[in-house]
Write a protein that binds this ligand. Structure first.
Ligand code: HEM
Ligand code: NAG
Ligand code: NAG
Ligand code: NAG
Length: 257
């Protein structure tokens, strides 16, 4: 039976790679550690990264991001560099997922699904925060504009409420670029809202709902280009917003903006 499936797959020109690597999702145990990153948490939940979330090497990172998401080695190396910068041990070559929650190294304020460190643990998923983000995703397909708008709204809320607020535009834009590119579709810069919700709320890839590992290699240049698109959309959305505030238009299209 297995052989038959394999040969059908081979005949169709693909390997049943997904069924294998994404076949064993498990919620973390009490001693496993996790991060503020829904993707690294998901990869650990599948056992593609170490399930305990500890002592992750450069090789582990390259292998996991390559196998699961078709990330180019150079991009994975860069991301690994950010990860080890959060390990408090000098000159560390490994990191643990809980290192990533240290505030204002990579972890930052105004996250899409985490509280600011000033209020509560910024590593853990926070439904109240994510509900604010989701309230800007008003259609089944989230586009560049709604994605940018949701981040901008989170920034404004934090600016208003958090006396220790620090803006990290670069990482904030990068994370929007990542979810559109990897959970959604790179070319159109859109993602299905239900897939995004499933991903953020469960630390799990929406495989049951048709998500697939990206077919083409994802590089630093691809990521940079998407970050530019998100930055541009943010500028447009925020320009509309300031025109609105000056009273050029009577009705706001989006709640709160
Ligand atoms: C070694 C690779 C990676 C590292 C070290 C890393 C690290 C982080 C960290 C520290 C955060 C928390 C930032 C915050 O305060 O919100 C974060 C958030 C995030 N990461 Fe990753 N990440 C990696 C790979 C990825 C990949 C491949 C994706 C692809 C979808 C991704 C998607 C996200 C998203 C969407 C967020 C935003 C979460 C939120 O705002 O609530 N990350 N990542
Ligand atoms: C870390 O690396 C630097 C530069 O190579 C070196 O000077 C320093 O002694 C190292 N520190 C530790 C604790 O190994
Ligand atoms: C979620 O975030 C809000 C706002 O930062 C905070 O007041 C609340 O305590 C957080 N909830 C949990 C369960 O941490
Ligand atoms: C072999 C090794 O480096 N082990 C380390 C794994 O990570 C824990 C902390 O998360 C360290 O205490 C170990 O030394």
């Amino acid at each position: 039976m297995k052989l038959a499936i394999l040969s059908v797959s081979a005949a169709l020109g693909f390997l049943p790679v997904q069924a294998d690597i994404f076949g064993n999702w498990k919620a973390p145990s009490a001693t496993d550690v996790r991060s503020p990153c829904p993707m690294l948490n998901a990869l650990a939940n599948y056992g593609i990264l170490p399930r305990d979330g500890k002592n992750i090497t450069e090789e582990d990172t390259i292998e996991a991001l390559g196998t699961a998401l078709n990330f180019d080695i150079e991009l994975s190396r860069t991301l690994y560099g950010f990860a080890i910068s959060t390990n408090p041990t000098p000159n560390a070559t490994i990191y643990s997922l809980d290192n990533l929650g240290r505030h204002n190294i990579v972890e930052h304020d105004a996250s899409l699904s985490r509280s600011d460190a000033y209020f509560s643990d910024p590593s853990v998923f926070n439904q109240t925060i994510f509900d604010e983000t989701k309230s800007y995703w008003t259609l089944p397909i989230v586009d560049l504009r709604q994605a940018a708008m949701s981040r901008l709204a989170r920034v404004r809320t934090s600016q208003r409420d958090d006396p220790n607020f620090v803006l990290n535009e670069k990482f904030g834009l990068t994370e929007v670029a990542l979810f559109l590119s990897i959970i959604g579709d790179y070319t159109t810069a859109t993602a299905m809202r239900s897939n995004l919700e499933y991903f953020f709320e469960n630390d799990r890839l929406p495989i049951e709902f048709g998500w697939n590992r990206p077919l083409t290699v994802f590089t630093s240049a691809d990521l940079d280009a998407m970050v530019q698109r998100v930055a541009q959309a943010t500028e447009e959305v925020s320009g509309e917003d300031s025109r609105l505030r000056r009273g050029c238009r009577k009705t706001a299209k989006q709640p709160g903006l």
